[in-house]
Write a protein that binds this ligand. Structure first.
Ligand SMILES: Cc1cc2nc3c(=O)[nH]c(=O)nc-3n(C[C@H](O)[C@H](O)[C@H](O)COP(=O)(O)OP(=O)(O)OC[C@H]3O[C@@H](n4cnc5c(N)ncnc54)[C@H](O)[C@@H]3O)c2cc1C
Length: 414
């Protein structure tokens, strides 16, 4: 049983695993425990809607670390155990089996859970959510034989990635989205329409501006999705991809400051002494933006997770990385770096071949690049990040001219 000196991490996802690594790298050699709600050692989720779902990746390839790593590093992972109560004055954490852990410092890395379909029919057999490796295996089993009618509710990143995987197995795929253009909240209409065309060209029936009234079934099994207005889209398989909700329950119970995420400073400290938070669950102060942001992306769990581990170990940390994420759909690969909050509502400038889907999109605010997205153009994301970090005033004509090296725009007078 860990003693009062222990670091206890709640949540065995990517952020939790990287935090353990960060703490050890920073020289912390005391007891270190991860309370992992799932029964699997920490794994990465992005492949669950991509290569793993498509059957192109082995289970072992998604592990954050092999099992030996935890043994070698003296990290005690309590699999299948959930923390149910945090007492910040007693410095204790109660688990669902009644055990109590004492901590010197605790980290909340409890992630997020998929939003369930709010209307009728969400519990029917054949309706899938996608968050865990079990979810992905079960969906893969439902898709792999092909020839099924698959209806995806939600035209966000996960919905579109699942659509690509489902088409890869030769299923009939319909995607239903509320917005006029997929992904418009994340990247706007002009860039989102690139993804709309991509999916339509691959045979997806993409129906936007479409609201779902309920999921229909017979004998407990899904048969279709009813739209507002009464039309029913027949379905053998339904995937609900309508976002995720941060797992803030433990923090709320403990009286921590929470506002759609556990609030922290740039060193991941919450409003309670010796309690930190990181990953999808945390809303972290970003020094460049001078505001808090909650980021539901892999790179944040990876990099901020490590930084939080260093902070737990006592290092002075001010996390100021530029948010980054990626997607893979069919033959399209994309990387995005930047401050989505600053890019919202702005349509980007395009450099390269938008129709041919080989381009970089740039979002500018006051003539400074605040975000960039490279699509099927590689080895440029570092330059995009440099451009953002430099806050250089850029010449728009040069920015959209592929003949002008991006590096030359960094440091343009401004
Ligand atoms: C299908 C899918 C595809 C994705 N694709 C991409 C992508 O292409 N690019 C990208 O950038 N990001 C992607 N993401 C997002 C990315 O995976 C997340 O940002 C990342 O997993 C967040 O890591 P985390 O450790 O903060 O949280 P999580 O991965 O959610 O891990 C949190 C863990 O904590 C556990 N837990 C919660 N409460 C408790 C408790 N009380 N006690 C014990 N344990 C608890 C949970 O069971 C879970 O295991 C994807 C996510 C999904 C689901």
């Amino acid at each position: 049983m860990p003693d009062q000196d222990a670091i206890v991490i709640v949540g065995g996802g990517l952020a939790g695993a990287r935090a353990a690594e960060g703490a050890r790298e920073a020289g912390y050699d005391g007891p270190l425990v991860i309370v992992a709600g799932e029964t699997e050692l920490p794994y990465i989720r992005p492949p669950l809607s991509k290569e793993f779902l498509a059957g192109h990746a082995e289970r072992a390839s998604i592990d954050v670390h092999p099992a030996e790593w935890y043994r070698e590093q003296g990290v005690d992972v309590l699999l299948g155990r959930r923390a149910v109560r945090l007492d910040t004055s007693a410095h204790t954490l109660e688990l669902d089996d009644g055990a109590t852990l004492r901590y010197r410092r605790a980290l909340l890395a409890t992630g997020a859970s998929p939003r369930r379909f709010p209307g009728p029919g969400g519990d029917l057999a054949g309706v899938h959510l996608l968050r865990t490796v079990e979810d992905s295996v079960s969906l893969r089993d439902a898709l792999r034989d092909g020839g099924r009618r698959v209806v995806i509710i939600g035209a966000g990143w996960i919905g579109l990635e699942v659509a690509a995987a489902a088409r890869g197995y030769d299923n009939d795929v319909t995607v239903l989205g509320l917005e006029t253009v997929p992904l418009n909240a994340a990247i706007g209409d002009d860039a989102g329409s690139v993804f709309a065309t991509l999916h339509r060209e691959h045979g997806v029936d993409l129906r936007m501006s479409t609201s779902v009234a309920g999921i229909r079934g017979e004998g407990g099994r899904v048969t279709g999705v009813e739209l507002d207005g009464g039309d029913v889209v027949p379905a053998d398989v339904v995937v609900v991809g309508i976002g995720a909700i941060p797992e803030t329950g433990l923090a709320e119970q403990a009286g921590l400051e929470v506002d759609r995420g556990v609030l922290t400073d740039a060193g991941f400290r919450t409003s309670a002494d010796d309690v930190y938070a990181v990953g999808d669950v945390a809303s972290v102060f970003h020094p460049v933006l001078a505001q808090r942001i909650r980021i539901e992306h892999w790179a944040n769990a990876e990099n901020a997770g490590k930084a939080a581990g260093r902070s737990l170990a006592g290092e002075a940390v001010e996390y100021d990385e530029i948010p980054y994420f990626y997607t893979d759909q069919y033959d399209l690969g994309m990387e995005y770096s930047g401050y989505g909050v600053l890019a919202t509502g702005i349509e980007p400038l395009f450099r390269g071949d938008r129709e041919g889907r080989e381009f970089i999109a740039f979002w500018l605010r006051d003539d400074r690049v605040v975000a960039g997205m490279n699509v099927n153009v590689w080895d440029v994301n570092e330059a995009v990040q440099k451009l953002i970090r430099s806050r250089a005033v850029v010449d728009r004509a040069k920015l959209v001219d592929p003949a002008v090296p991006l590096e030359s725009l960094v440091g343009t007078a401004g």
